[in-house]
Every structure is written in structure tokens, then in C-alpha cells.
Design a protein around this ligand. Structure first.
Ligand code: NCD
Length: 362
């Protein structure tokens, strides 16, 4: 997985035709991410490293001296948040992660105020803006756009690392990383993520967080995945094929309430109706079949955790928020730490952070 291959040495079409796992060699260098584009570029060693670095950063940030240390790490670098698709939580999460590391920030959120309105291609826009920055974090409604920009900039004399903060209906690798960090922390004293049963519920056809997390879970032996969704919103065949290739134990069902008691983790998701395309994918089925309320709580395992990438609509009743098993607010905070760990790793600061941690905290 860690062969170093250079994006400059491959044609765009050829890159597109590679299986996702084979692309990793182009996105990683010496076992760390050069760009963060897909969940498939992370292996277990990288996941464990990121989680423990996130924990180190979380502890370092607890006092003023630690915050000062962190905020000097990248105060000579600038980052652009290019979000051409609505976002506030992921945007703010990255914003806070960058600020914690001292990065100077600029944001582009409304492309109607840029030259894209004068007919400039999004590729040219991002390339122009990239001249001012050392890191680009981007969210786009277009599948593969972050990958396209990483490839394109690699063929210029100023390549800039790119983080995919959500691309189309396809991938959301950093959300999956924060989900893994949350699972790891939750099951720390319960034997880890290994051998747990994860139930995904909701719009699994268009929820990109599930698609990325399902892959990352294949790094943990014995994990069973259950996909509970109405038939027309069931998880994509490409994901199931991937699970088959890895010999993962999974099942699909329309009956969420029949499987909720089996779960060690329940991952609820909202209806992604912004992707409705006239075939009215979001209507015509019983939403209560994919809802978790206070009345369901006694049925769940005592040690089960309840997750949601947010934003929530009607998938989880607010009365569930007070239950100690509700983990979705913690997920948000974990996101800030794992994103800071990811950026620190991309800038090769892992040894510096660990040294501070072992000298001052442990
Ligand atoms: C998710 C997304 O944008 O895909 N949100 C997020 O990043 N926390 C989930 C969603 O929008 O439903």
C-alpha cells in the first residue's frame, strides 16, 4: 500500500480507472497522507497513529502552555477552506482544527462572488487561489473534484496538499476518521472496535459518510456490518462488492427495528433529499421504521453507542440526547481533534507533537 507513486507520472484517465485501493500509492507518501482524498488510502497503522495523535493533541490543548505550543506549529503556513457546497459543522471543525495548529485561514464559500461567475472553470479558480496557500480543504458537490484538483496541481510547479471534506454522494474520508476515533474511544475498555456489530440506518444510498466509514471498518477484524434501509435507499453495490472482496460479514435489511438490539454501534443518517432527481427517492416509505426514539433505548445493549454524522432531522428523538450512549455530540468534538492530527501528520509534525506530549503530559 505504501509504494510511493507520483501523481505527476500518471494520466488522469488512467488514475480514474484504478481500483480505489490502488490509488493510495499516489495519495500517500512514506506511509502518511500527501493528500486526503479517499477512505481507501488509510490502513490500520495509519488509523492507529492518527487516533493516538488526536488524543495527544486533545490533552496538550487542555492548558495555555499546550495551546501556545500547538498554535506555533504551523503559524508560518496558510490554509484555504474552499467549500462550494453548504456546510457549517465540517467547515467550523476544520476551521477550529487549523486554528489550533496556528494556520492562517481564508475561506471561499460562495462561488457566485468569484470569477467562476465570469465563466472561469472551477479548476482554474482553485488553481489560482492555490497560489496563496499551503493547504486546501475542499468540499464539492462534484464527485472526484478534490481528486481532480490534487492531480492537476501535481502537474504544476506548485503542488498543494488537498483534503477532501466531502465530495458528492461518494466520499467523506475525514468524517469516517472522526467516526473511527469515536468508536475507538468508546470501545477502549471493551476490547476495541474488533468484533463489534455496527448497524447503519437511513439513506445509505446517498450518505457519503457511511460509504467511507464502511470501508475504514474493514481494517478491524471481526467487525460485522448491518445496513438497514428501505430497498431504494440501500447501500451501493460497489460497497458490498468491496466488503465481499475483504471477506467481511455483513447483511442488508429493510427492518431496522429487528436488528437494533444486536448493535454495538448504531449509525443513524438523515434522508439526503437534496439529491432527489425526480424519481422521488425520499418519499413513499414509512420514516418511523428508520427512527430511534426514547422507547427504543431499553432494547439496546447497555454498552451500545448511538452515532450520527449530523445534521439530524427526525432520525433520533431529542429525548435520546440525555442517554449516556448518545455519542453524536462527542463525535463533533472528536472531529476537531482528529482533523488537527491529520493536518499535523500531513505537515510531518507528528514526532514534534509526540515529543511534547511525552515530555509534558504523560
Ligand atoms: C454529512 C455530510 O455532509 O455528508 N455531514 C457532515 O459532514 N457532518 C452528513 C449529512 O449531510 O447528512
Amino acid at each position: 500500500m505504501h509504494d510511493n507513486k507520483r501523481l505527476i507520472d500518471i494520466e488522469w484517465e488512467e488514475l480514474q480507472n484504478l481500483p480505489l485501493c490502488d490509488k493510495s500509492a499516489y495519495f500517500n507518501k512514506d506511509g502518511r497522507p500527501l493528500h486526503v482524498l479517499t477512505a481507501q488510502q488509510f490502513d490500520r497503522r495509519m488509523l492507529d497513529g492518527l487516533c493516538s495523535l488526536a488524543t495527544a493533541i486533545r490533552h496538550i490543548a487542555k492548558n495555555k502552555q499546550g495551546m501556545r505550543f500547538l498554535s506555533e506549529l504551523l503559524d508560518h503556513r496558510r490554509s484555504m477552506l474552499y467549500f462550494s457546497q453548504p456546510s457549517s459543522r465540517t467547515f467550523l471543525s476544520f476551521y477550529a482544527a487549523c486554528e489550533n495548529l496556528g494556520l492562517k485561514l481564508a475561506e471561499v464559500r460562495d462561488t457566485s462572488t468569484s470569477s467562476e461567475m465570469k465563466g472561469e472553470s472551477p479548476e482554474d479558480t482553485v488553481r489560482t487561489f492555490s497560489s496563496y496557500f499551503d493547504l486546501i480543504i475542499m468540499r464539492s458537490p462534484k464527485q472526484g473534484f478534490a481528486e481532480r484538483m490534487a492531480w492537476l496541481l501535481s502537474n504544476t510547479d506548485r503542488p498543494v496538499p488537498i483534503i477532501n471534506a466531502g465530495s458528492g454522494k461518494d466520499q467523506h474520508p475525514t468524517q469516517a476518521l472522526l467516526d473511527i476515533y469515536t468508536l475507538q474511544r468508546s470501545f477502549e475498555r471493551l476490547g476495541g472496535i474488533e468484533d463489534k456489530t455496527v448497524v447503519f440506518c437511513g439513506d445509505l444510498a446517498r450518505g457519503r459518510t457511511v460509504r467511507s466509514l464502511s470501508y475504514l471498518l474493514t481494517n478491524y477484524p471481526g467487525v460485522r456490518q448491518i445496513f438497514a434501509a428501505p430497498e431504494h435507499l440501500q447501500i451501493g453495490g460497489d460497497i458490498l462488492q468491496q466488503l465481499d472482496e475483504y471477506g467481511i460479514d455483513y447483511s442488508i435489511t429493510e427492518d431496522f427495528h429487528a436488528v437494533k438490539a444486536d448493535a454495538d454501534a448504531i449509525y443513524m443518517t438523515r434522508l439526503q433529499d437534496e439529491w432527489d432527481d425526480g424519481s422521488s427517492s425520499s418519499i413513499g416509505f414509512d420514516k418511523s421504521a428508520y427512527w430511534l426514539g426514547g422507547a427504543d433505548l431499553p432494547v439496546l445493549k447497555q454498552t451500545a453507542i448511538i452515532m450520527h454524522p449530523l445534521p439530524r432531522r427526525q432520525e433520533i428523538g431529542v429525548e435520546v440526547d440525555r442517554d449516556p450512549r448518545a455519542m453524536y455530540w462527542r463525535q463533533v468534538r472528536n472531529g476537531m481533534w482528529i482533523r488537527a492530527a491529520l493536518i499535523a501528520t500531513m505537515f510531518q509534525l507528528e514526532p514534534t507533537v509526540r515529543e511534547y506530549y511525552f515530555r509534558n503530559i504523560v
